[in-house]
Design a binder for this molecule. Structure first.
Ligand SMILES: Cc1cc2nc3c(=O)[nH]c(=O)nc-3n(C[C@H](O)[C@H](O)[C@H](O)COP(=O)(O)OP(=O)(O)OC[C@H]3O[C@@H](n4cnc5c(N)ncnc54)[C@H](O)[C@@H]3O)c2cc1C
Length: 441
């Protein structure tokens, strides 16, 4: 390998940004290789809008080849690292095993669904991490409403119109807020479905959005209540079955839809490296380098990055941190080749935006709390600016959604067993009433 070769594993917020910045900094003097299972960068924060039928899935999937000229994109999933020989082993989309050598390595593999030892959850719940899950949920909600409309048994009808979201962080809150609007739209055309769909949002915390500014929690709580979402705080699911879920305290809620948004944990690949981890994340120093491995860096959800603004803590798993860490990694790798000076990662929180669907949002840009229309404008503007591509298409979908009714049809492209909560057990998922395993015709 005559030219420096920098291999980045993972093309999410951190890996995408690192690749883009490295191309600029290296000015053609290095090979930048990006290894990722898909040919797109997924803009995760807008995923709830895909399942609510506002955005088409390709809108949140930004082409790596188009947006990263000068980067060699390799499709595959890393599964082996030899840190002595400086190679990454990976499996390509057709199952072939291949190897890549590197001079500098960046681990940016993100995170996976967090699992809790709750009986039945692995079998009957679905997570929320990518396009397949978002498409599955959209179809599943549509199908349940359609089947409820045909059901003669009132108990079955009611169960099919009940949707349970576990986890009131930003993902669960947005999924419930957008989902309730989508299912209301579906039932509007079905006079046989008396009453509105029932949505429950459950969390062990004492407020929604427990990790965010309490003022955002209040705005989200108000919007959800106004839509009739039942918010069960200091509560949890103790058991999931094909017929429904049992809550802490014993109440049984009949449902066919359990959406698991309890958070994420680092990708298990990180544990397999045999290096030091903290809360499952790969330990790095403030320069995002792995101690003892000067040619290895990590960033984003996969890395335990010291938070210099909150001594003793590590940075949160957010897109904001991941993006900025990706840029810092690029700068520090360039510095390791003598171009510029390396810098420690230090980033003050610039606020958060939560899109609640309809005309509602909650946001605190630079610490200023906003709700309603001003928050909506800030939220949408923020997303458009943050997306590395597809902006006009996203804006066009938003515009169309504001003037046209949603398209409430299922495509049936994603069978339930293609979106298991725990990807370690894709084949072990049994069939169940909650998770039809056959793709719809
Ligand atoms: C539904 C949802 C909504 C969210 N909303 C917000 C929000 O509003 N604001 C916010 O700040 N944060 C939000 N987050 C969190 C934010 O998306 C993450 O913190 C961020 O994506 C982390 O960036 P990352 O680059 O570390 O990982 P990711 O963006 O997850 O990217 C990791 C990449 O690595 C790839 N990869 C994984 N394993 C391998 C492997 N073995 N080999 C090769 N490639 C691999 C993945 O396919 C992926 O492309 C949300 C998350 C979700 C799931």
């Amino acid at each position: 390998m005559a030219r420096p070769r920098i291999v980045i594993v993972g093309a999410g917020f951190a890996g995408f940004t690192a690749a883009r910045e490295l191309v600029k900094l290296s000015r053609g003097g290095a090979d930048i290789v990006l290894l990722n299972p898909t040919d797109y960068f997924l803009y995760l924060p807008l995923l709830p809008e895909v399942s609510a039928g506002i955005l088409e899935p390709r809108r949140v999937s930004v082409s790596l080849a188009r947006e990263l000229p000068g980067v060699k994109v390799i499709l595959g999933e890393a599964d082996q690292f030899d840190l002595e020989a400086r190679t990454v082993g990976y499996t390509d989309p057709e199952g072939a095993k291949k190897t890549l050598g590197y001079h500098r390595l960046v681990i940016a593999v993100g995170s996976v669904n967090k699992l809790l030892p709750v009986p039945g959850v692995t079998e009957y719940a679905h997570g929320y991490r990518g396009i397949p899950e978002a498409l599955y949920l959209r179809d599943h909600m549509t199908r349940q409403i359609e089947m409820a409309d045909n059901a003669e048994d009132p108990a079955e009808r009611s169960a099919r119109c009940t949707f349970v979201v576990v986890g009131a962080g930003y993902t669960g809150t947005e999924v419930a807020a957008q989902g309730v609007l989508y299912t209301k739209e579906l039932t509007r055309h079905r006079p046989g479905l008396k009453g509105e769909p029932r949505w429950l949002l459950i969390d062990t915390a004492d407020r929604v959005l427990p990790q965010l500014d309490p003022r955002l929690s209040r705005a989200a709580d108000k919007a959800l209540h106004e839509r009739g979402v039942e918010i069960l705080l200091n509560s949890s699911v103790e058991q999931a079955t094909a017929e429904g879920v049992r809550l802490r305290g014993g109440e049984f809620v009949p449902t066919r839809a359990l959406i698991w948004c309890v958070g994420v944990r680092p990708d298990p690949l990180v544990a397999g490296l045999g290096l030091e981890t903290k809360q499952g994340r790969l330990v790095v120093d403030e320069f995002l380098a792995v101690p003892g491995h000067p040619d290895m860096y990590a960033c984003g959800d996969a890395a335990a990055v010291p938070d210099l603004t909150r001594p003793g803590e590590i940075t949160g798993m957010t897109a904001q941190h991941a993006t900025r860490q990706g840029a810092t990694v690029a700068r520090n790798i360039a510095a390791s080749y003598g171009s510029g000076r390396r810098r420690a990662y230090k980033h003050h929180d610039l606020g958060f935006v939560v899109d609640l669907g309809g005309l509602d949002s909650a946001a605190n840009p630079l610490g200023v709390p906003l709700s309603g229309l001003p928050a909506k404008a800030v939220t949408r503007g923020y997303h458009l600016l943050s997306m590395p591509g597809n902006r006009v298409r996203v804006a066009a979908d938003w515009l169309l959604d504001s003037v046209l009714p949603r398209q409430g049809v299922q495509l049936g492209l994603v069978p339930a067993n293609a979106v298991p909560l725990d990807s370690a057990f894709p084949a072990a998922m049994p069939n169940s009433g909650a998770t039809e395993v056959k793709a719809q015709p």
